[in-house]
Design a protein around this ligand. Sequence first.
Ligand SMILES: Cc1cc2nc3c(=O)[nH]c(=O)nc-3n(C[C@H](O)[C@H](O)[C@H](O)COP(=O)(O)OP(=O)(O)OC[C@H]3O[C@@H](n4cnc5c(N)ncnc54)[C@H](O)[C@@H]3O)c2cc1C
Length: 500
Amino acid sequence: MSLNFSPSQPCRIQQVPGWDLETDVTVVGFGAAGACAAIEAAGAGAAVTLLEAASGNGGTSALSGGEIYLGGSGGTPAQRQAGFSDETEDLFRYLMMAGGADADEAKVRRYAENSLAHHDWLVAQGVVYKNTFLPERMLEPVTDDCLIWSGSEEAWPFVERARPCPRGHTPQWDGWGGGRMLMDALAARVEQLGVEIRYDSRVLALIADDANHVHGVVVRMDGRICFARARNGVILCAGGFVMNRDMVRRHAPHLMRSGDPIGTPGDDGTGILLGMSVGGASIHMDQAFLSLPFYAPESLLKGVFINERGQRFINEDCYHGRVGYHIMQQTGDRIFLLLDNATYQPPAEFTRIQIAAAGETWEEVERDLGLPEGALVSTVALYNRHAADGNDPLFHKGARWLKPLDEPPFVALDCRVDYAMYPHFTLGGLDTLPSGEVVTEKRQPIGGLYAAGRTTCGLPRWGGGYSSGLSLADATFFGRQAGSSAAKARNRHPADVMAG
Ligand SMILES: Cc1cc2nc3c(=O)[nH]c(=O)nc-3n(C[C@H](O)[C@H](O)[C@H](O)COP(=O)(O)OP(=O)(O)OC[C@H]3O[C@@H](n4cnc5c(N)ncnc54)[C@H](O)[C@@H]3O)c2cc1C
């Protein structure tokens, strides 16, 4: 028998020499999606085996800020304590806009209606929230506080269609990196429920019958090839593909312009390839969270972004990931953030945003940057004229952030795509139903196959609408849906279809 297994080609069940392991539900990947899938499946009474390629749990989820996008149903304790009541329909409308033209209405509806209950579930698993609110614009709290504005809720055009409410919830954890705390709580629960956890276990291929119904996985466990049967189904929670540069080049080539993919080596696209090997559809593979993390300090939101033609292209008060999305739509890598003496503060060092030019007049700055004569100057003049009246007729920046850039000295910050930090991870992946079932191009469920997290394309599916907390909201909530669906599925195919 050949031992050359590939995620892109299923092992046919007739080739299985015998089962080395048997369980009801096999979960592939022990990040947030996998942990939540395992908790729900085990809680529903299924025997669950969790296979993780690394030597410990966490994946990219443990590296993350741990921030989760939550709200609706009147508001979470943190929202209510801060004086916000978050209506489900506002959360629904925001998420529909955030999902872009192909937002998955069924998933958005299910999430909007159950987001508050999901918050309570997370707390019941041991995730701790301090329930305090920080009103300033920031990437993540550097303290152990909880609630922040983590998207474009107050910015045009979102503000026109959904009543704004802060929804980014970060666990009580000092500094960045609350994802470790989130994972510690979820992993403890997984262990408590008696899930069989196998580390150093890389899934190499799915095992499927000729109708592509999935019966298990081929896994390399401690250096040995094993055939693991999943009586109810396999749940793929193996992360995204940002670390697979071949896949990125093929599906999202614009990401190659930045040198800052973020995640773990596990984000190598295996989960997506496994699903595709049995006919799973992959969608929105070109979409990514790609950010220019230019704030805090929040006074930088009062600046003006221009492209290499000196033209403005975005309301600067929207979420940094939306700014990044629009930067990638510009021709050329040269992007500048213009500020005056009153608004300038140095951006964080890790952003690699530095001063490109400074001068006593905007003409001087324009000359230093080598831009076409009058291009920058007329952009600033138009902006200043309307900002003085509290208006932004071109991009509708909120009045709170409008201030004429008229106090010298003036500065242009260098946000070049090929130099400044543009962290990114992928949003495309397997198409699934809200139940977590993986579907074909015709949206027919594939028997025995489920998926969640960045292996799938879920709530976040458009870079222009991404908001911090959406990936983990999607991974944890739809991980749970997949776990509970797989636990309910019962041996639809007899074990012994395999040839002896
Ligand atoms: C620095 C940083 C900060 C972030 N902050 C936030 C935030 O605050 N909020 C938010 O919503 N999102 C955030 N994100 C994004 C978010 O962390 C991820 O999108 C999310 O954690 C993905 O979860 P997951 O369960 O799908 O994948 P992961 O957590 O990556 O888990 C996948 C697991 O599968 C394993 N695996 C892969 N292939 C195999 C295989 N063949 N066999 C067995 N196991 C395999 C991997 O080793 C990994 O452990 C951040 C990302 C980064 C990098």
